[in-house]
Design a protein around this ligand. Sequence first.
Ligand code: ADE
Length: 252
Amino acid sequence: MSRIAIVSAMHPELAAVLAWLPQKQKQTVAGREFVLGRWHGNDVVAVLSRIGKVAAATTATVLIERFGVRQVLFTGVAGGVAPLAQVGDVVVASAFMQHDMDASPLFPIYEVPLYGRSHFATDAVLTAALVRAAKTALAQGVLDAADLTEMGMEAGLAQVHQGLIISGDRFVSTRLESQRLQQALPAALAVEMEGAAVAQVCHDYGVPFAAMRTISDRSDDDAHADFLKFVDTVASRYSAAILDHFFTQRAR
Ligand code: ADE
């Protein structure tokens, strides 16, 4: 089966993913450590995207050019923008766009110049598989009672949504900015800092791409509070559990 990339935005998530790869080999390219291994018989390479669109685009390009990946999966956290995207929910992307792209009046706002488009759709088949894996993982329960209490979460409430995720080189951490994004882009479910860049690189190379993001905050004035703890306790376990279901399904 062809090689698949797992790109994580943060260290604890990558660590949770690497825990599933028994035998691994490491290679450093462009200052990034790429970890090669097998997950339920799938040939995988896992790496940190680093933060922001340019860093993520470099990582995606190296994955395709140097490691020959034929599919790319992204896992990370995002801020909720739509009211339905609550902390602890999972959003699987159906498309990405850059909320900070603006070459107007030369090109329409949000359009990526010379592409004639603002949105980059994810791969339908990979995305459907990720939604299935996320629903299965959440239905089985990923966190134990102690973690739920610690994080002030309730069992069985987390939901899986599918829709537009927006990316920009900014951590959205005020209610005002979040409301502005919601008004300008009413279809947006969540905001993060890398996905649209990886989606564009995958589009350039014709490589299927899918992404899931756990909602870590509501992109408001409290967005930074407990962010790192959330990534450690919740998001990293969600990512690993969802990917484990994803690779189990694929192996069948
Ligand atoms: N990733 C997680 N939360 C975010 C936020 N509020 N803004 C941008 N990226 C994020």
